[in-house]
Structure formats: structure tokens, C-alpha cells
Design a protein around this ligand. Structure first.
Ligand code: NAP
Length: 390
């Protein structure tokens, strides 16, 4: 029988250590996903085992030792100076890349802002608003000769210091619809821009990054590790990108280069496209599907597709700062994480997929992502009506 005194002692120690942990976690702005929740739960279980099974002095020492180890493992937030650090960001014409270029420029980083159109409104705004240290570079990540030109430009500018960071931000969503309906061109475009483009930029600029023992940061997506209905091309390309980042992290350990992947949820940017884009994509689908597929799904079902983009845009956040903060942490912290999950539920939704039965996640996804909740494909509606009549 465990003595009342021992139980009280364990309770007091747990309260004391909890306070100390929470203080250090908050002080260092450690988010729940980086707080090693599993270790905390294991610690709790260990406390019970030490009290009831091991007991005595040995049990107490084991429990205190484990608590001290957990405390030491909480990362301390320490940022490096931006002085002399050069970072290349792809896709700075709009959205997250554009905001990040401004943010890093303000913090004193030497930014190479890759843009698709050097004379476009996004590029013009960057040169108007940012410091003279920011360089605009023409960079379509699917164009090998532009990547080589950027390499030459960056190399001549940074010289022996090397390039501190690459942020793979350029990306396209293509279109959101059932995977069967989407044209193969959308799959190819997503793969080319979101995955192959990032790989080619990495391969070309890596010698400059190895020189500085810098940082490789990839903006993937929550869809890159959690299946979201309607996102087949985009999610597949982001999954490839996330895995590329994970393997590169291991490959580059020996060079002292640190690698991180960012998996944001929804943010209001140009990625969801415009009314004209949706109309042309609708037409693209109608022009490319076989007549029997068109017949099975029905034109009224196809007509609801563009509502999805509008719904996604509405539910996204207009505050881009969580992504900017996480990219800055990945680039400038002395202890960057290998994965970041900025945005609403960007950590919780993947947990639901990974740790719960699949039917729980499937029902959650059906309700949450609003993919054709109100309408079924035509032939399914017909068969449902027939079975009700029978
Ligand atoms: N917004 C979100 O909710 C969200 C969520 C998860 C992940 N992400 C990821 O975050 C990254 C930034 O997206 P965003 O939301 O900021 O969307 P965005 O506003 O559309 O920005 C994407 C940028 O990439 C550029 N781009 C497109 N194709 C390119 C190419 N071949 N070469 C170089 N640049 C190219 C775009 O140029 P144009 O403007 O000229 O097309 C644009 O500047 C993407 O990788 C995206 O997948 C976004």
C-alpha cells in the first residue's frame, strides 16, 4: 500500500515541475506541436509507475531525473543575427512569398526575391517599398536557364560568404475537384512547379548553401501530409515536396545545413485564383472528360466546383504572420524545428488523420472541407432514388 505521504510528495513535485515546464515553454514561445506532448504524457505515466510499482528512493530519483531531462530538452529560443545573411525566396510576386520578402528585408536580411514577372505589379511594389539591399531576380522555377542565371547572380553577389537560406515558396494549386475529373495537365503543372521546380533550384544553389552551412526551408502544405478531398494533384505534389525536404534534412546533416518544412493550413492569398481562372478551369474540365464521365457526374455537379474555391477562400485566414514567424524561426533560430504547422488546425487536423480510426477522419473531412456536401454525382442520385422507390 502506497503511503499517503509519498502520494502527496509526488503530487507536490508534479505541480512544481509542471509550473517550471509551462514557464519555460511560454518564455521560449514553444508551440504545442513542438512541446513533445508524448514525452509529457510518458512522464505522467512514469510518475504513476514510480509511485506505485518502483516506489522508495529509487522511484523518486527516477521520476525527478526524467523531469529534469524533459526540462533540458525544451528548446531555448535564440535567434541569430541577420547581419550579412542572404536568402533567396521563390514566388515573390504575391501572397506569402511577397509578404516574406518585405518582412525579411525589414529585418535586415539581404533578400533575393524571385519573381515570375519582373515588370509585374508584385515586383514593382517590392522595389518601391523595400530597401535597396533587396534584389529582384527573374525566376520561373520550371525554367532551367533562369535558375542558372539566378545562381550566377547570387554567386557574384554573395561571394565567399555563400547563401544563408533558400525558401521554396513558389507554388500553384491548379484546381480543386474530384481526382477523376481533373485534367492530366493540372497534375503535371502541380508536379512541375511545386516539386520538380523546388528540386532543381535546390540542386543548382546547394553549393552556395553548403558554403554558409545555411538553411533550406520548404513551404509545403497541410495537404502534403493529410488527404483533403478534391486536392489530388496539389496534395500529391506537396507530399513529394515534404518527403524531399525530410530526406534532404538527413542528407545535409553532415554538411551542417539545417532543413525545415512548413505545412500551413488556409491563408487568404492569390492561390485560390480568380473568377476568370475558375471559369477557364471549369471549361478545361468539360473539354477533357469523356462523355460517359460527364454523364455520370452530371453538369449540375460540375457547376458547383467553382463554389469550392470561394468557400476555401472565405474560411482562410487573412493574417499571414504565423507563416512569416515560422519561416523566420526556421531561417534564423539557433535550434530550428524540422517541421512547422502555422494556421488554424494545421497541427490538429493531421493528428486526427494519423492517430484516429480512418472513419473518424473521413467524416470530419466530409463535413469540414465542404466538398460537394449538398450534391451527389448524377448517376449516384438516380441509383439512390431507385433504391428508395424499391
Ligand atoms: N495560401 C494558403 O492557404 C497556402 C496553404 C498551404 C501552403 N501554401 C503554399 O504557400 C506557397 C505560397 O502560396 P501563396 O498562398 O502565397 O499563393 P500565391 O499568392 O499564388 O503565391 C504563389 C507564388 O508563386 C508564384 N509562381 C507560380 N508559378 C511559378 C513558377 N513556375 N515559378 C516561380 N513562381 C511561380 C506565383 O506567381 P503569380 O502570382 O505570377 O502566379 C506567386 O507569386 C505555395 O507553395 C503554396 O502551395 C499556401
Amino acid at each position: 500500500m502506497v503511503q499517503f505521504d509519498s502520494a502527496l510528495l509526488y503530487l507536490a513535485l508534479s505541480a512544481l515541475f509542471s509550473g517550471v515546464f509551462i514557464y519555460k515553454l511560454i518564455k521560449n514561445k514553444v508551440k504545442i506541436e513542438n512541446a513533445s506532448v508524448c514525452s509529457l504524457l510518458s512522464l505522467f505515466m512514469l510518475g504513476i509507475v514510480c509511485l506505485y510499482v518502483v516506489s522508495g528512493r529509487f522511484g523518486l530519483t527516477l521520476f525527478i531525473g526524467a523531469c529534469v531531462l524533459y526540462y533540458i530538452s525544451i528548446p531555448v529560443r535564440q535567434m541569430l543575427s541577420t547581419q550579412g545573411k542572404a536568402v533567396l525566396i521563390t514566388g515573390c510576386d504575391s501572397g506569402l512569398g511577397h509578404a516574406l520578402a518585405k518582412h525579411l528585408d525589414e529585418r535586415g536580411v539581404l533578400v533575393f526575391a524571385g519573381v515570375l514577372d519582373k515588370d509585374g505589379p508584385g515586383a514593382l511594389e517590392l522595389s518601391r517599398v523595400c530597401s535597396s539591399k533587396l534584389s529582384l531576380v527573374q525566376l520561373d522555377v520550371t525554367n532551367s536557364s533562369e535558375i542558372k542565371t539566378v545562381y550566377d547572380e547570387v554567386k557574384s553577389r554573395v561571394q565567399d560568404a555563400g547563401l544563408w537560406g533558400i525558401v521554396h515558396n513558389a507554388g500553384v494549386l491548379g484546381y480543386v475537384a474530384d481526382g477523376e475529373l481533373l485534367p492530366i495537365s493540372v497534375y503535371k503543372q502541380c508536379m512541375d512547379v511545386n516539386f520538380i521546380g523546388a528540386v532543381e533550384v535546390t540542386k543548382m544553389l546547394m553549393p552556395l548553401l553548403r558554403k554558409s552551412k545555411g538553411r533550406l526551408v520548404t513551404i509545403s502544405s497541410m495537404a502534403g501530409h493529410t488527404p483533403i478531398p478534391g486536392f489530388a494533384p496539389y496534395a500529391a505534389s506537396k507530399a513529394a515536396l515534404s518527403m524531399f525536404s525530410a530526406v534532404m534534412r538527413q542528407d545535409l546533416l553532415k554538411w551542417g545545413v539545417k532543413v525545415a518544412a512548413i505545412h500551413p493550413s488556409g491563408f487568404k492569398t492569390n492561390i485560390f485564383g480568380s473568377q476568370e481562372h475558375w471559369s477557364s478551369q471549369d471549361q478545361n474540365i468539360l473539354d477533357n472528360i469523356m462523355p460517359e464521365v460527364k454523364d455520370d457526374y452530371g453538369e449540375d455537379y460540375l457547376a458547383t466546383l467553382k463554389d469550392l474555391h470561394h468557400q476555401m477562400f472565405t474560411f482562410s485566414s487573412s493574417d499571414l504572420s504565423p507563416v512569416l514567424e515560422d519561416v523566420c524561426h526556421a531561417l534564423l533560430s539557433t535550434n530550428p524545428y524540422s517541421s512547422y504547422t502555422p494556421g488554424t488546425c494545421a497541427y490538429l487536423i493531421p493528428c486526427l488523420f494519423r492517430y484516429f480510426p480512418l472513419w473518424v477522419y473521413d467524416n470530419f473531412a466530409k463535413l469540414t472541407f465542404h466538398i460537394h456536401r449538398n450534391i451527389l454525382p448524377r448517376s449516384l442520385r438516380i441509383s439512390q432514388t431507385h433504391s428508395k422507390a424499391d
